[in-house]
Design a protein around this ligand. Structure first.
Ligand code: S3P
Length: 443
């Protein structure tokens, strides 16, 4: 991780103009992995130049794949074929990235060599049993202490297909099982309690692997081959979400976000904001590399609090921190339930957002699986992102609409998913900048 860094976000607005957010993080990870296992050369455009996705690229290079970056946002990958990866003597460092570690665990379980996956302090606290258990059921051997990283993956295990019913709705878990399934004998089938993002499935199909899937399930057989293909990655909806909320809550705003990925498994926040009264329209809806993509036109509107439908939570899981700010700016009460997964993200996002918003004068009651947020005025002050990129960017939104500046602690990890956030935010009309990290603890 980079050195510690705080931000100050000042009251400002309106937000105007047009913006392009960086490439989708989930798709960037998957494109690198599948291109590495494919036969031939793939060119990935719109690649997210974030610390998470660069960590995955570095791991794959360590495993013998030639990946070059002719320009920013582009990766050229010379695939080594399904069985062409080579052992690394050194541990493979996934940095802050849960997606990197969990998907790589599935992929490495099928190799003929041993590997060790490690991560930073935050990733080292995140639960891995959810991938260890189903992969073990497929014949993998993975050692860990208490289900936490590092993961020691023994090669040469000879995997077999399974029918897995995943206990949590997690695209990372589903993807780990499917990637192991490429190496397994027979059929691998995954069923989820709620449908999650289907990028692995779509991308496997694009790379020529026979797969059938629908919302909440996927099935494939081992023993096929991946063929190189060029990939164009759309803008990351989760990065766009900060600007969507910012424009919604800042009077006079009119913002256009260009070429945002609009896979229905990602856009739950649009449905929720519209139910709260937001003014959001989708324009130029089309398809890019098998993914729905469009422009979003967002204007300011008076929001009202709602009960967030539990069925939408999986489709907006990464946008919940930003929802806290939208809810604080709305009239009345917003209730978020069915979101216990937030507690095992890069931070405990329920606790971090509740504590930060309370410090800014918002009445928030934590629940085990969500929060109750009362709309009202935000005052200035300090909020601690606890090193969580999405909480940091959400508190920056809070500063935009607060009565006085907001200092946000520990923001360096924003580089994991959105390294150009500050520039993009300033271009849109926000007044936010860096300051040296404060040393004293928050009371
Ligand atoms: C991701 C899936 C989600 C999401 C994460 C990225 C992916 O995690 O929160 O940011 O790329 O598959 P879970 O699978 O843990 O729900």
């Amino acid at each position: 991780m980079s050195t510690r860094l705080d931000w100050i976000s000042r009251p400002a607005g309106p937000l105007r103009g047009e913006l392009r957010v960086p490439g989708d993080k989930s798709i960037s990870h998957r494109a690198l992995m599948l291109a590495s296992l494919a036969e031939g050369r793939s060119c990935i455009e719109g690649f997210l130049e974030g610390e998470d996705t660069r960590a995955t690229a570095a791991v794959l290079q360590q495993l013998g794949v030639c990946i070059t970056a002719p320009t920013g946002g582009v990766r050229v990958v010379d695939g080594v074929g399904l069985h062409g990866l080579r052992a690394s003597e050194q541990p493979l460092d996934c940095g802050n990235a849960g997606t990197g570690m969990r998907l790589l665990a599935g992929l490495l379980a099928g190799q003929g060599f041993d590997s060790t996956l490690v991560g930073d302090a935050s990733l080292s606290r995140r639960p891995m049993r959810r991938v260890i258990d189903p992969l073990t059921a497929m014949g993998a051997h993975i050692d860990s202490r208490d289900g936490l990283p590092p993961l020691h993956i023994r090669g040469g295990s000879g995997l077999h297909g399974v029918k897995a019913d995943t206990p949590v709705a997690s695209a990372q878990v589903k993807s780990a099982i499917l990637l192991a399934g490429l190496y397994a004998e027979g059929t691998t089938e995954v069923h989820e309690p709620q449908p999650t993002r289907d990028y692995t499935e779509r991308m496997l199909a694009a790379f020529g692997w026979p797969i059938t899937f629908g919302p909440g399930w996927a099935r494939l057989d081992g023993g096929h081959r991946l063929q190189a293909v060029d990939v164009r990655i759309p803008g990351d909806f989760s990065s766009a979400a900060f600007f969507i909320v910012a424009a919604c809550v800042t009077p006079g705003s009119r913002l256009v976000l260009r070429e945002v990925g609009l896979n229905p498994r990602r856009t739950g926040l649009l449905d929720v904001l519209r139910a709260m009264g937001a003014d959001i329209t989708i324009e130029h809806l089309g398809e890019q590399g098998g993914e729905p993509v469009g422009d979003l036109r967002v204007g300011h509107a008076s929001l009202r609090g709602i009960e967030v439908p539990v069925a939408l939570v999986a489709d907006m899981i990464d946008e919940c921190p930003a929802l806290f700010v939208a809810a604080a700016c709305a009239q009345g009460r917003t209730v978020l339930r069915g979101a216990a997964e937030l507690r095992v993200k890069e931070s405990d996002r329920i606790a971090v957002m509740a504590a930060g918003m309370r410090r800014l004068g918002v009445a928030v009651t934590e629940r085990p699986d969500g929060a109750v947020i009362e709309g009202g005025a935000l005052r200035g002050g300090e909020a601690d992102s606890c090193g969580d990129h999405r909480c940091a960017m959400s508190f920056a939104l809070a500063g935009l609409v607060a009565a006085a500046p907001v200092r946000i602690r520990d923001c360096a990890n924003v580089a994991t998913s959105f390294p150009g956030f500050l520039d993009a935010a300033r271009a849109a009309g926000m007044v936010v900048g860096t300051v040296p990290a404060a040393d004293e603890a928050l009371e």
